[in-house]
Ligand binder design. Structure first.
Ligand SMILES: *Cc1c(COP(=O)(O)O)cnc(C)c1O
Length: 403
């Protein structure tokens, strides 16, 4: 069936990214020659130890903290779980109040829900129809027994940037630890945990061109936190288990590159994103942008389409050689519409017809132009067979953002 070379365009960088060649090259020796255990006293062990400490310094430099405040984990999910459960249940605490938002990643929501079942109180701060939390609502939710505030830096589905600096000062003024899930923000937002008054920050290597299965948690010196994984006492007792040396080395190099290239890659991605945001509602009738038009990550364009099933759209685009997503990769396969879109007041039907396009550093204008060429036809063909379609024809000019 294929005529000529098959296209493959990747617009799903919020799900994961490629490992950059520089990162893979740096990791490779740690699978073969440099296989020491960082706890060993001999030269193999010392080599692994010093590589881990170099990576820790790179992450610290990206975040603006001291290397002693960086703890490696197996993922962004683990970093979120450690931050939430580790702070809330410090020294066996079994009750208290936690504040988070309705649009967090499941890696934050699920540990919070578990703590609620165990006896904690939980406030889920709502969002505006643009998908942004009001920091005033966060402040109004604070109670005498609030033990933790967790508000993400940027949302993984709709890309909206949350008022994390305001929340940081609110938390600081009340003396409450503030955690932020920065998994989607690394390499895209200028982060300085000290200026932003963040106490705990989660990141994940595979979202910024590092390997899968490695993440980190920044924990401000003096923060009261309990380990979740206990054992040999690695990571200064906060996260036991033999260190994933190749992964940590890869994370360190990816952090250096994220810092070095942020401004250049962001200005390129922003140009392409703005083209998508401008053109899709113009070319496709009844297509609407989800999330705030400007307070969003430079690489995120998220739409909903009337009379469309998102899954069908993703499969049709895949046949055209374009990889995209309906929203969060983590909830793919679940029949429930996105909790993020529902929290924004979008109806179940509309939430089902969503398309997330997330750009990366290597996407080109030509790829965006190709997508803009195939999308209108794919959408109109799907609408012809859609059971949701109304009988009246859908005409050009009804589109446009109404967020
Ligand atoms: C991907 C993601 C996570 C989970 O990170 P993993 O390393 O895949 O476990 C957590 N939070 C957000 C916002 C994410 O996008």
């Amino acid at each position: 069936m294929t005529a000529g070379k098959r296209r493959s365009i990747y617009f799903d960088h919020s799900a994961t990214t490629s490992v950059l060649p520089e990162v893979a090259d740096a990791m490779r020796p740690y699978f073969s020659d440099k296989y020491g255990n960082a706890s060993s006293l001999h030269s193999f062990g010392r080599e692994a130890r010093s590589s881990i400490e170099r990576a820790r310094a790179s992450v610290a430099s990206l975040l603006g903290c001291d290397p002693s405040e960086v703890f490696f984990t197996s993922s962004g999910t683990e970093a979120d779980n450690l931050a939430i459960s580790g702070v809330a249940t410090y020294r066996g605490r079994s009750k208290g109040h936690i504040i988070t938002t309705a649009i967090e990643h499941h890696a934050v929501l699920e540990p919070c829900e578990r703590l609620r079942r165990l006896g904690f109180d939980l406030t889920l701060v709502p969002v505006s129809k643009d998908g942004i939390v009001d920091s005033g609502d966060v402040e109004r939710a604070v109670r005498d027994d609030t033990v933790l505030i967790s508000v993400m830096m940027a949302n993984n589905e709709i890309g909206t940037i949350q008022p994390y600096k305001e929340v940081g000062s609110i938390a600081a003024s009340h003396g409450i630890p503030f955690h932020t899930d920065a998994v989607q923000a690394i390499g895209k937002l200028p982060i300085n945990v000290k200026a932003d008054r963040v106490d705990l920050l989660s990141l994940s290597a595979h979202k910024f061109h590092g390997p899968k299965g490695v993440g980190a948690l920044y924990v401000k010196k003096g923060t009261e936190i309990e380990p979740m994984i206990r054992g040999g006492g690695q990571e200064r007792g906060l996260r036991s288990s033999t260190e994933n040396v190749p992964g940590i080395v890869g994370l360190g190099v990816a952090a250096e590159i994220a810092k070095r290239d942020r401004e250049r890659t962001c200005s390129k991605m922003k140009g392409l994103r703005d083209k998508l945001i401008e053109e899709i509602p113009r070319l496709v009738p009844r297509a609407y942008l989800n999330g705030h038009p400007t307070k969003r990550l430079v690489n995120n364009a998220h739409f909903r389409f009337d009379f469309i099933e998102g899954e069908g759209l993703i499969l049709q685009l895949d046949l055209k050689g374009v990889a995209a997503s309906t929203g969060s990769a983590c909830s793919t396969g679940s029949p429930d519409p996105s909790h993020v879109l529902l929290a924004m007041g979008i109806s179940h039907e509309q939430a089902h017809g969503s398309l997330r396009l997330t750009l990366g550093r290597d996407n080109t204008e030509e790829e965006v132009v190709y997508l803009l060429g195939v999308l209108p036809e794919v959408v109109s063909r799907l609408r012809e067979i859609s059971p949701f379609n109304e009988s009246r024809p859908i005409t050009q000019g009804e589109g446009g953002s109404r967020v």
